[in-house]
Design a protein around this ligand. Structure first.
Ligand code: TXA
Ligand code: MG
Length: 357
């Protein structure tokens, strides 16, 4: 903690664990430190960062509530519309700490680089004890984008963060495997208090509606890119081409099998099974010409939350095995994480021609 706090005070980025994915943290109000984060990640300047805070940091302001504390820190604008402030406060008090990022009009302390010049800033209070301890030890708000190089898979354990950023950061704080496994839900609070979902995550639209009483609009991918510039479709991609299906192998058409077979130029197939029932059958293996199959089971219980927790580490290990193509055969039981899981799988498959029906 002391080493992390010192590095952060020196303006040096530090890798920290959170309950979602590992982040590359730096002082959020130090423009030089923020520039180092962009450089270490090879991240383009038009992809804004999330500012992370802790209960301790907010309490030290002496403000009456979490929203007032963010205003006191200069992170959020003091001039919010009443409806916007009401909704924001309900989210901050009801869903923090946790995997929820709230986008609000920015305050004067936030450097331009953090928001890519946008008038709004993204804020999150993680619930990982180590992340909160680092923020408290540093005594400052921290930007923390996922600790991967741009366009790559987010790390969900310290070794993965090291594989991404070795030689580019001074310190990696190891907090074990991440509990959620996919990035936080990102939601924008509009002036009228309504909500726009910019990125699905473990906090569902239903939970948000339950907290604030108003419906959540899913901002489509096109509008989403304008509203949330970092959401390029190619995010979270493995190097290996990836195709996604929910059809069990026993029901695959001849055309589909022939199509996949033609992609196996080196005879090596990666297979990500959402559950036991979605593993490649002997019949399918034979029909594919008995390739060398590198297999991984995402969730032995078939649940979306379990699959989400293991997704990135599993993709990473399949990627490293160097198959010609990875098939993600997933039909997870929705326990709140299905939308986020589908979103990340879709993004991981971006740029690869889908399998025929
Ligand atoms: O779970 C998480 O949120 C992780 C952990 C480390 O906290 N962090 C994370 O950061 O996923 P990153 O940088 O990989 O994703 C941040 C995304 C941006 O790509 C963008 O979509 C959205 O958050 N975002 C950030 N600032 C925004 C803003 N001012 N307006 C709209 N969207 C914003
Ligand atoms: Mg990221």
């Amino acid at each position: 903690m002391a080493a992390a706090a010192q590095a952060l005070a020196d303006g040096e980025p530090v890798v920290i664990p959170t309950e979602t994915v590992y982040g590359l943290a730096a002082d959020a109000v130090d423009a030089v430190a923020v520039a180092r984060v962009f450089a270490a990640k090879d991240r383009p300047a038009d992809d804004p960062l999330i500012v992370h805070v802790s209960p301790g940091l907010l309490a030290r302001t002496g403000a009456d509530d979490r929203l007032a504390a963010l205003v006191a820190l200069g992170l959020v604008s003091p001039a919010l519309e009443a409806a916007c402030a009401r909704t924001a406060l309900a989210l901050l008090e009801g869903c923090w700490p946790g995997p929820l990022t709230v986008v609000l009009p920015r305050g004067p302390a936030v450097p331009d680089a953090v928001t890519s010049g946008l008038p709004a800033v993204a804020l999150r209070m993680p619930e990982h004890p180590v992340a909160l301890a680092v923020i408290d030890a540093a005594g400052r708000a921290l930007v923390a984008p996922s600790a991967n190089r741009f366009g790559r898979i987010s790390p969900t354990h310290a070794d993965a963060a090291r594989a991404e950023l070795d030689g580019r950061v001074r310190l990696i704080v190891d907090g074990g495997a991440c509990r959620v496994g996919v990035e936080s839900t990102v939601v924008r609070v509009h002036a009228d208090g309504s909500l726009g979902l910019l990125r699905p995550g473990a906090i569902t639209p239903e939970q948000l509606t339950g907290r604030v009483g108003s419906a959540v609009t899913r901002v489509g991918s096109e509008a989403g890119r304008a509203a949330s510039p970092g959401r390029t479709p190619s995010h979270y991609a493995p190097r290996t081409p990836l195709v996604v299906t929910s059809t069990p192998p026993s029901a695959w058409s001849d055309a589909r099998i022939a199509d996949l077979r033609a992609r196996l130029s080196h005879g090596r197939l990666g297979w990500l099974a959402g559950s036991d029932a979605l593993r490649p059958s002997t019949t399918l293996r034979d029909a594919l010409g008995a390739p060398d199959v590198v297999e991984a089971l995402l969730a032995s219980d078939g649940r979306a939350s379990t699959a989400a927790r293991h997704l990135y580490a599993t993709l990473r290990s399949l990627d490293e095995a160097g198959p010609d193509v990875i098939v993600a055969c997933v039909d997870a039981q929705d326990d709140g994480l299905a939308e986020a899981l589908t979103d990340r799988l879709t993004r991981a498959s971006h740029g690869t021609r889908p399998l025929p029906p």
